[in-house]
Design a protein around this ligand. Structure first.
Ligand code: SAH
Ligand code: MG
Length: 196
């Protein structure tokens, strides 16, 4: 992988305020991915491909990532970025709304990374559980949403997102087939392991 190109991709994304994964969140995920050596990763929310490119380092030899993005412009840029760092044979972008694409998927995944519309997290969880292998792991980014999820006050605009993120947390914590940690790292990261 071309690290210099990756650095440029990250810099450009930050300049353009694209909400790419935070360094400290990646730092928590990396050792877990390294140990797991996933064969298949599913990502919901590609943006410009930054996190998918980072994760591709930790795939097993023939491992692959499927990643979903609905914005055409972002898909275009992600495809270019994936080419630049030379990981195009490892990352497959599915263009469209994850709400429509997820129910059509059939193959199972070792790892799912949820990082898209916060109001859809409960639905993304339901689908991720269906698509997760035994001992698989679901990561959900932005789960604490700038602290709004823990706090009392949030603006009307954030209300639906907050309600759905809380619903996600409740669902993973109450699910007896999952072992869950909610970490305050970055914008909040939920890690749920499916136990057999
Ligand atoms: N994972 C990326 C950042 C993703 S930002 C990284 O860390 O590098 C979230 C992305 O999800 C945005 O590009 C947005 O367009 C996309 N998105 C939001 N809701 C979606 C949906 N329902 N279906 C598909 N993509 C969605
Ligand atoms: Mg995020």
């Amino acid at each position: 992988m071309n690290k210099e190109e990756l650095r440029k991709i990250k810099e450009k994304a930050l300049e353009e305020h694209i909400p790419i994964i935070m360094d400290e969140t990646l730092a928590v995920m990396e050792p877990i991915l390294k140990e797991k050596k996933p064969e298949k990763i599913l990502e919901i929310g590609t943006a410009v491909g930054y996190s998918a490119i980072c994760f591709s380092e930790y795939l097993s030899e023939k491992g692959k990532i499927d990643t979903i993005e609905r914005e055409e412009e972002r898909v275009k840029e992600a495809l270019e970025n994936i080419k630049k760092v030379e990981v195009e044979e490892k990352i497959h972008i599915l263009q469209g709304d994850a709400v429509e694409i997820l129910p059509t998927l059939k193959e199972k995944y070792d790892v799912v990374f949820i990082d898209a519309a916060k109001g859809k997290y409960p639905f993304f969880l339901e689908q991720s559980l269906r698509l997760l292998k035994e001992n698989g792991i679901i990561f959900a980014d932005n789960i604490l949403y700038k602290g709004y999820v823990m706090g009392e006050y949030h603006k009307h605009k954030q209300r639906t997102a907050v309600r759905n993120l809380r619903e996600y947390i409740k669902a993973v914590c109450e699910n007896s087939s999952l072992e869950t940690q909610i970490l305050e790292v970055g914008d909040g990261l939920a890690i749920s392991k499916k136990i057999s």
